[in-house]
Design a protein around this ligand. Sequence first.
Ligand SMILES: Cc1cc2nc3c(=O)[nH]c(=O)nc-3n(C[C@H](O)[C@H](O)[C@H](O)COP(=O)(O)OP(=O)(O)OC[C@H]3O[C@@H](n4cnc5c(N)ncnc54)[C@H](O)[C@@H]3O)c2cc1C
Length: 383
Amino acid sequence: MTRKTFDFVVIGAGVFGAWTARELLRCGHSVLLLDAYGPAHSRASSGGESRIIRLGYGRDELYTRWSMRSLDMWKALADCVGQTLFHPTGMLWLSGKEDSYVRQTQQTLETVGVAHQQLSVSELEDKYPQISSTDIKWALWEPDSGVLMARQSVQALVADSIRQGLDYRLASVVPPATSARLDHVTTRAGEKIFAGTFIFACGAWLPKLFPELLAQRIFPTRQEVFFFAPPPGDDAFTSPSMPAWFHHPALVYGVPDLESRGFKISVDKHGPRFDPETGERFPSADGLAIARKYVTQRFPKLRDAPLSESRVCQYENTSNGDFVIDRHPEMVNVVIAGGGSGHGFKHGPAVGEYITHLLAGSGAAEPRFALAGKLTTRMRNVF
Ligand SMILES: Cc1cc2nc3c(=O)[nH]c(=O)nc-3n(C[C@H](O)[C@H](O)[C@H](O)COP(=O)(O)OP(=O)(O)OC[C@H]3O[C@@H](n4cnc5c(N)ncnc54)[C@H](O)[C@@H]3O)c2cc1C
């Protein structure tokens, strides 16, 4: 029997792996996508209900441009599969007086030519009477941003890619032994899978696959998400009355009640270290108390709103929040793609495109994504 050798095997069917497989397939390659638990499963970072896609990134033009490109590709995917994967809720940045990050965001949006509007406190109160303006000095409005239905989007992408010729399999890959060139990966069931190039897009599991290289360079943290039930018959917390929002000085963000799942709120501050494989996913009483306190202050109509759902998910942080997308330093045909660092979902399409160009030799490597620049100490500066 002749042995099948794929052009590419992508390990990990989260947003990074699924889009990479899609783009490689689009270029005519034979591609196998593997995941230990299934595309955007409940413990994957990509398995949440919703993820914000905003264009603003402080002074960071790179991520602003990637967001713009990705937004177009997400919309094209939604058209292609005929599903509502993107909700055009807009994005509202709530800013205190000294918030240089939001001011830099405004400047970058201006430079790059992204639609935006500065709102005074009275304009904010007129537009969104359900938001308390306590501590808010001004706001920045991005009309073209919105929210992606995360799990649904990745699953739709994989299903559609399979229709277009992608091979997909449920399989767990064991950590590969270091060699100059990787010939095959082995699954836990003992199967050997051969390919020309292997892309490991394993999110917070990457340190388990490459412990020597990544155990000190990717820091998975525990993050909690809460959904509060809106008042009955009241549309103040659904889109279009309510946008996606980020109160940057407090590092708190939220998503309106989409598809009747509840009003989502979360704290973007990094939680404690977390093991994506063995970690229990009960929300903490402290986390709930912090979320409820914020909701009560910022959205007074939700003061008595009961918690309707909660999730515990993980960020897979690099030292500063820049992604890691690079070749393995010793294995020439192995690429590592991860380090989404709490903001990677929206960029899935651009990540897939970037890796495909890089492997084709038609795109320049971005130094910020290089493994060599990933430190073992944490100094977050990408939000
Ligand atoms: C609470 C929370 C809120 C967030 N909010 C936003 C947001 O609003 N906007 C935004 O843009 N981003 C957001 N993010 C970040 C974003 O979700 C992540 O950056 C992104 O989903 C990472 O995708 P990934 O493909 O790298 O990893 P994952 O989605 O975790 O996928 C990795 C996959 O690899 C598989 N795998 C691992 N090991 C193996 C193995 N040995 N064999 C086979 N398969 C394996 C896993 O099963 C998993 O499916 C948020 C993240 C969290 C946790």
